[in-house]
Ligand binder design. Structure first.
Ligand code: SAM
Length: 378
């Protein structure tokens, strides 16, 4: 029986990376040998990461789960200012690709032991010499631990080309460091049973490599593009003006509708809004307005809700637009919004369904009159 780990060893390796990311806040991260993107799945929820890339030689593995990296409905319904682009490439870590240069963090979790030794040399040249990230995390089995797996002979997996002792891994790592200008620290996950840690070490050994000094990626660096982009998705962000505008508009329409309904409720109660009642001043500024300016509606079916009231009532509108002027500028051309001539109020239709039945020619799909301005009635 193999010793069991709780959480799973696989999970502990990924948690190690997630914890490192939390503490170090890298913006650009690439996971080499990402397989079915399990680590990427965890990392995409880390808000500091702006570019998250996975690379694997096996395209079928990447395709299997890649759509699970797409934004979820909350990302669209409640976008934030975070920016995230996720990309998956099919390619070999023995090949250079200029799109992977200059990252903050490269992870290689249980990958190197799958590489023939010649390829391992190319891996170090590509990762440390060419990609030259700030930090590299490499995990690989610790062969000294294997004796705790009862009845095990050979390697832990049939595709492993080698499994190293701690000394073997550390001496390879220190050679890489001196060749490419890095320094390394060693740790691991998967604790040995109490009392045996010293003699055996962790089940998975981990090296954390940090580049010494800065690096200038010259303009004349050779541009290799050997990887195939299989998947790319950009998450909605409020830094995108279109997303910001859409979010503002839906927030503004929600609040305008809400204020209009409260105002109508008060009217129905035949309880005139008084200034000394809570909210009375606000509601005094909402009023019926005529409909279509060119067709001269006589029925009062539109309600004017001043922008400054919306601005005062809704903190999110203030946060998103920054100023009343910005708010007005951002919504001005939106087809869902109808404003008065002075652009100081939003005009809301109050009897949408009745109007549609009676006079469909005057309404757009959204239920508002087609003209961009309507006359105010005082
Ligand atoms: N890193 C993943 C994780 O932690 O769940 C899984 C690692 S899996 C044991 C090794 C992965 O390395 C496989 O998905 C394999 O396709 C990939 N691989 C093997 N040789 C590769 C190469 N030369 N370039 C890129 N990926 C490679």
């Amino acid at each position: 029986m193999s010793p069991l780990f709780t959480p799973s060893l696989h999970g502990q390796r990924h948690d190690f990376v997630v914890d490192f990311v939390r503490r170090n806040n890298p913006k650009k991260v690439v996971d080499l040998g990402c397989a079915e993107c399990n680590l990427l799945q965890k990392l995409r929820f880390h808000s500091q990461i702006e570019l998250l890339v996975g690379v694997d030689i096996n395209g079928a593995k990447l395709r299997k789960k890649m759509h699970g990296l797409a934004p979820i409905s909350t990302n669209y319904l409640q976008p934030t200012y975070d920016q995230l682009c996720v990309q998956l490439y099919q390619g070999s870590v023995t090949q250079k690709d200029a799109r992977l240069r200059g990252f903050d963090l490269v992870t290689s979790i249980e990958l190197i032991e799958h590489l023939p030794l010649d390829d391992l040399d190319r891996f170090s040249e590509v990762v440390f010499g060419y990609m030259a990230p700030q930090t590299v995390i490499i995990s690989t089995p610790n062969s000294e631990f294997n004796r705790l797996f009862p009845g095990m002979s050979g390697f832990r997996h049939s595709d492993h080309k080698f499994e190293w002792t701690r000394v073997a891994f550390q001496s390879w790592s220190l050679n890489v460091c001196s060749e490419f200008g890095y320094e390394a620290e060693f740790t691991g996950v998967g604790q040995a049973p109490p009392g045996q840690e010293e003699g055996i070490g962790f089940c998975t050994q981990i090296g954390v490599f940090r580049r010494r000094g800065g690096l200038m990626l010259g303009d004349n660096a050779e541009d290799h593009f050997s990887y195939t982009l299989l998947y790319s998705v950009t998450y909605p962000s409020l830094r995108d003006q279109n997303i910001l505008r859409k979010t503002l508009v839906s927030e503004l329409l929600y609040w305008a509708e809400k204020m209009k309904n409260k105002w109508l409720d008060k009217l129905t109660e035949e309880n005139p809004v008084e200034k000394d009642k809570p909210g009375g001043e606000e509601y005094g500024e909402i009023f019926w307005t005529n409909g279509h300016e060119s067709q001269c509606h006589t029925l009062h079916r539109y309600v004017s809700v001043p922008l400054h009231l919306l601005w005062n009532c809704c903190p999110k509108l203030r946060e998103l637009s920054g100023s009343l002027g910005n708010l007005s500028q951002l919504i001005i051309d939106d087809p869902q919004i109808q404003m008065n001539r002075s652009r100081s109020a939003v005009i809301i239709c109050s009897l949408e369904h009745d109007l549609e039945d009676e006079d469909p020619n005057h309404l757009t799909d959204s239920g508002y009159a087609e003209s961009s301005h309507v006359e105010e009635e005082n």
